[in-house]
Structure formats: C-alpha cells, structure tokens
Design a binder for this molecule. Structure first.
Ligand code: MLT
Length: 428
C-alpha cells in the first residue's frame, strides 16, 4: 500500500509520497516539493536528509546493527578476507571460489605503481602528510590511465579502474610512509596476501626481512573490513557527489580521501593518540582527566568515545576490542600511552556517568591503539582508514552511476544583502 505525508503551507494541503526501505525505514519524498509549492527544505549537514536509496549497507544506530549487502559485520569480520568483502560490496554478492581466485589474481596483476610516479614522491617534502600524497597520487592515476575518463562508463574500463585502485592503494600508502622517513620503497610481493603485502611494504627493508605475524595480519584484515563501508558518511557522500558530475572514479575517490582527512571524520583515531599523549605529558593521572571530561565547564572532551550515529554502542568497536587485546598481548608492548588507554577504557565501560551518556569506546579508539602498538605512525592512521573505506567508495560510486542518478545540486536559503548598486572604489 503506498502511503503519503501531508504538509499544510499557507492553508493549502500538499501530499507527498512516502518511500519505505527494505528494513522499514521511512522517508518523505520532497523531490517535487519546490515545483509544486515554491518551498525547499533546509537541513544543514544533511543529518535528516536521505541523499539516495542504496542497497549496499544497512545501519541501525539505535540497535548497533551494521550489515554489508545483508551480511552482519560480525560474521564478515570474523570469517572473511578483506578482498572477499570488497567483492561483496562492489558486485553485490559474495564471490564463489572461482570468482574470488580470479578477483585476487586481477588485483595481484596491478600492484605495481608506474615507475614514473616515483618521481612524484621525490618531489614531495619529507614532512608531506601522507593523506595529501595519497589523494594527489590517486587523482594522477586518471592521467596515467586515460580510459578511466570515459564518461560512458564502459564496464570493462570501470572494472580495470576498480582493480587498479584496490591493487595500487596499499603500494601508494606504504610508499608515502617510506618517503616520509626517506627510506627506499619496497616493491609489492605477489606471493603475499593483501594485508601481508601491505605490512611488508611498510616495514620490510632492503637490509632485512620483515617477519609477518599472523595476529597482526588478522587485526589489519579485520580493521579494513570494519571500515569498508558506512553508508552515506561524509567521504562517501563526497565520492557520490563528485561522481554525480560524471567525474571519473579516480577523481571521485581522490575527493573522498580529502574528505576523510578531516579530524571530524577519518582523522579521529589520530586525535585519540594525541589526547593520550596530552594526558601522558601532564603526568598520566587518568582520574584527573576523567573528572575534566565530566566537568561541563571544562572544554576537554574525550576523543574516541561515543558516536554520531551509534546511540548505544558501535558494533565495530565490540569486534575490534578483542583484536586489540590480542595484538597488545602478542606484542607485549610496553608503552605508557597504551596503559593510559586501557585505564580510560575501564573507566568508560564501568563509570555510570559514561554509561548513562553512551560514551563507550568507539572503533577509532581501538584502531588508534592497535596502530600505535604496530608502530604505524600517527599520521598514517587516516591512510589506514582510507585503505579500508576504498571498496565502499567504489561500490557507492558504481551504484550511483548504474542508477543514473542526477548531478548533486542542493539549494540554499539566501541570507545576504538585498540588491544594491556598485560604488566606485574612489567613493567607498
Ligand atoms: C565512518 O565510519 O564513516 C564514521 O564512523 C563516520 C560516520 O559514519 O559518520
């Protein structure tokens, strides 16, 4: 049964269609509101606006549910590989054994980055933030692979672009790190799996082998899966809106990387470590900082606690907490920041103040701790997030283009001056 909503404007009643999703989420379709009434709706930050319908990710913030293509995140994170999940997000179904082998083979074929691109790295300053390097090198791919610019979205060319992006992003990410410490780049080794290969390019040196620890590989695999998609978040919306102008996939993903860079989005786990450092430099008195966090008049806020859309708990944090414990135990890391993190976690999970306000440790809190324990430099944390989010961006871009969605073009309510006459500079 189709339902409608009614609004009354200047005593005139207008009927608007109601759209219902497969999980019974409801929306009022206002796409024709302006044409019939002259009114638009206003919603800064689009917090109450559905920008699209999508069949990729379902999220229920109240119940702490996250599913990719219908599969619960818990099942995927505990059983699947990141490439399997990437395939699921992008092509809609889990691959069978042959499809997975083919997909993995295609990714391995493209792990090398064009040698000419190495010269870009030489030109960046050593202190270049790796997110800046990543977004600009991804954007440059469109110049190396001009077939990606075909606006007709030829599916063979799109698939090639997808494979190249997934294959090359770990190489670029690891090289941006090696570049920042002015160490020689390590080339991909295709007998290694996706996560092993990335770790090897990050930590191996020409002078010594890097011993790949399965506990660390498992933690990285889980982290990438947990970050792989999160419906219409800031960077994904950016990818969709850039792609809606029929910009190519490389440019759209590059824009997504830029959006992810900000501390309110992907930069949050970096902020967790900065907060721990601040507490440590101050003497490491966790109780003092907990009291500060509780004090309404104190500007200090705990980073990595609570979440914008998860009102009770972040399902991703529940999964990664276990990996975090495994990694810390396995590595036996002795780091005062990690000690502070463990104390803060205990307080947040036990203290009524935090429990009542749903200030539980979120995925950024645990991912920050794991990356720190793995000696991944803080500036690389957001790059790790980008590696994970890549298949989500691709899937959302692909869905948008396949659905022939129109160009993104929000409106505004103008609040500036009324019409006024130009005054010559000599008379102002
Ligand atoms: C994400 O995974 O993108 C973040 O948790 C932010 C969000 O969903 O708004």
């Amino acid at each position: 049964m189709s339902r409608t909503a009614k609004i009354v404007l200047n005593e005139n009643e207008h009927e608007l269609p109601v759209v219902t999703g497969s999980e019974n989420e409801n929306a009022i379709d206002i796409s024709k509101l302006r044409a019939s009434t002259g009114y638009i709706t206003i919603d800064p930050g689009y917090k109450n606006t559905g920008a699209t319908t999508s069949a990729i990710t379902f999220l229920d913030g109240e119940k702490g549910i996250l599913r990719y293509r219908g599969y619960p995140i818990e099942q995927l994170a505990n059983n699947a590989s990141f490439l399997e999940v990437s395939y699921l997000l992008i092509y809609g179904e889990l691959p069978n054994a042959v499809e997975l082998q083919l997909f993995e083979g295609n990714i391995k074929m493209h792990t090398l980055v064009h040698e000419d691109m190495k010269r870009f790295f030489e030109a960046y300053p050593a202190k270049a933030h790796p997110m800046g390097v990543l977004s600009s090198t991804v954007s440059s791919f469109a110049t190396f692979y001009p077939e990606s610019q075909n606006p007709n979205r030829n599916s063979e060319a799109v698939n090639l672009t997808i494979q190249r992006l997934i294959a090359k992003l770990p190489t670029l990410a690891a090289w941006s790190y090696k570049n920042s410490i002015r160490h020689p780049f390590m080339y991909p080794k295709n007998h290694l799996n996706y996560c092993e290969n990335f770790l090897n390019m990050m930590f191996a040196m020409p002078t010594e082998e890097y011993v790949i620890d399965p506990v660390i590989v498992d933690a990285i695999n889980k982290l990438l899966i947990l970050h792989a998609d999160h419906e219409q978040n800031c960077s994904t919306s950016t990818v969709r809106i850039v792609g809606s102008s029929q910009a190519n996939l490389y440019s759209s993903v590059s824009a997504g990387i830029c959006a992810l860079w900000g501390p309110l989005h992907g930069g949050a786990n970096q902020k967790v470590i900065e907060m721990l450092l601040k507490i440590h430099i101050d003497g490491g008195n966790v109780d003092k900082w907990v009291e500060k966090a509780k004090d309404k008049n104190d500007p200090f806020r705990l980073m990595g606690f609570g979440h914008r859309v998860y009102k009770n708990f972040d399902p991703r944090a529940r999964i990664i907490k276990k990996s975090c414990d495994d990694v810390l135990e396995k590595l036996g890391v002795d780091d005062p920041l990690l000690e502070i993190a463990k104390k803060l976690e205990k307080v947040a999970l036990e203290d009524d103040y935090f429990k009542e306000r749903n200030l539980y440790p979120n995925v950024d809190f645990y991912s920050g701790i794991i990356y720190k324990a793995l000696r991944i430099p803080t500036e690389m944390f957001t790059v790790m997030f980008a590696l994970g989010r890549l298949p989500g961006w691709i899937a959302q871009w692909k869905e948008m283009t396949e659905n022939n969605e129109p160009i993104g073009r929000p409106r505004q309510i103008y609040t500036g001056h009324g019409s006024r006459d130009y005054v010559d500079v000599s008379k102002r």
